[in-house]
Design a binder for this molecule. Sequence first.
Ligand code: HEC
Ligand code: HEC
Ligand code: HEC
Ligand code: HEC
Length: 490
Amino acid sequence: MRSAQPERIAMQNWSVRIAVVIVLLLSLRIGSIQADDELTNAEPLVIPTVEATALNLVGTNSCAAGSCHGGARLSEGRSFAAYQIWMRKDPHSTAYSVLSNESSSRMMALLYPKENGPAPHATKEARCLNCHVTTEPSGDLQVPPTSHAVADGVGCESCHGPAKQWLGLHSTIAWRGMSADAKSSLGFVDTTADLAGRAQLCANCHVGSPGRDVNHDLIAAGHPRLNFEFSAFHANLPKHWDAQSPRSTEIQDIEQDSAFEAKAWLTGQLVTAQTSVRLMQHRTKEPQPWPELSEYACFSCHHDLKENSWYQSRGRSTGRFAWGTWNYGMMPALAHDAAANGQFESLKTLMEESFPERAAVRQRAGDLDLVLSKLISEASSRDYSKQGMDQLALQMIDLSRDGDLPAESWDQTAQLYLAIVAISLAREKTAPGDPLNLTIQNELEAIRQKLLFDKNLDSPQEYSGSQIDVILRRLHGIQEALTTADRVNR
Ligand code: HEC
Ligand code: HEC
Ligand code: HEC
Ligand code: HEC
């Protein structure tokens, strides 16, 4: 482990971003297409011309014709206007252009020592392009993609699959009759069918994967830390599809399931953990820096050293590094059977040793990977009735027993908060009119207030014992309400 200097190190804007997620999440209105979503009065689009000659990618322009997905009227269906929504509202359409902004240049300058001459431009750097533009899924991620539509940023084919082999058929009537397997053999990615697959798609870039890694070097150079939580990110993605109205019969409407948010949350947690454990196996290989510091709680090293800081007062010695507080924050409650929990704990114990050995970590990470596959396949068949979801929420809150888990870590508290938000959104749809919904929402709002940072701060430096105590009280308020409801229901 590289030794951390015990001075207070200024944190960059990583934590602001999760605050943004939280703010957006609570201002979310599901179900209504708002008037300002109408795209009809918008100025005509100028479609940039770009080269699109790679093997399987055709470029986003190929989807943008008025009769395909470039329609401007939402009344004709959101998927008809998909291109317009993506272009005007979706953060992915600017993913390439941000590589030319000031913070990208600063990042590149810090990543490349001056002695070796001027740093390359981020738009020429494979380690940035792999996440910030559309790449061939099976392509060599070490080679910068230069020959296709890089300027589109994260375009349609990043999520729906390289279209060269299916685009022609897709616009014919024959497409409807084709089986899912036949479509997928042409490279089409069916985002409608499988929640775990959908979460995996996002996690490849938002958690990372071999060849796509926001490690501590990038974070220290100024890249935002990746704080991915699937249900919140999914909710924040501007919908270019008809999530609320019935679609054709061959489409499984997973979003119209009243338990959607709860399922998305649980599936997302497990897929995030699995993606992270796979990335970790890659990180253990030479010549990557090891141990990889971004695996650990940032505040293990970057803590406020004033006496009795919240961190120390909650029993963490400053010499120990807490591992996996974001990507595995809820694992102790999710790995419900003893075997799964054992695998998780054994990896955690190893990672929290002073110098975890690469090969041993790779081995245990591989074991946990297998366990996670099983948990993911079981996630969709859990009990998602109101009672089932209440049990799930209680199981999560149980992590805070004895002032344990969330008390010592902003990461885990924020994760716990997002968990209960997702479950309560699903609860509201499953049991509309249940007065308990409002009680939970009020407690959640109080918790959210305590998780936000002061205006002038960009990290929870002032996250203190008194804040934690309020949060714990509110959590236990929810716990009590749910437990009482459970007793009444029996
Ligand atoms: C593992 C995928 C991944 C890699 C690798 C990556 N990024 Fe990012 N980047 C993201 C994601 C995801 C976000 C959005 C962060 C969020 O909100 O969670 C982002 C955000 C950014 C932002 C902030 C955008 C804004 O709105 O201000 C900049 C700038 C940026 N990246 C530049 C870079 C540069 C430069 C590199 C290469 C040195 C790079 N990125 C490598 C995934 C990646
Ligand atoms: C960040 C990933 C992502 C990007 C980029 C993206 N989509 Fe989607 N798309 C999704 C997800 C997730 C869904 C919702 C699941 C579903 O219904 O397929 C979806 C749904 C759709 C649907 C509805 C599918 C159906 O059968 O009803 C269409 C059409 C569509 N997208 C077209 C596009 C087009 C065109 C673009 C580019 C302009 C694009 N998408 C870019 C992720 C993405
Ligand atoms: C090919 C990589 C890639 C994939 C796949 C991808 N994203 Fe992204 N995503 C990015 C990058 C890069 C950014 C930052 C773009 C920017 O700031 O301009 C981003 C930004 C976002 C943001 C805005 C975050 C913020 O802090 O404002 C949301 C929300 C988001 N993505 C959701 C999703 C979801 C949901 C999926 C899966 C359906 C997904 N993304 C799939 C790369 C990806
Ligand atoms: C094991 C200790 C350790 C952990 C854990 C750790 N860091 Fe660091 N961090 C350092 C050290 C040492 C430096 C200075 C040297 C360097 O740049 O690598 C640093 C530098 C930084 C910098 C640049 C700060 C500056 O002022 O130059 C940022 C930003 C940063 N870390 C953010 C994070 C975030 C976010 C996390 C959690 C994902 C994290 N760190 C986890 C030890 C750590």
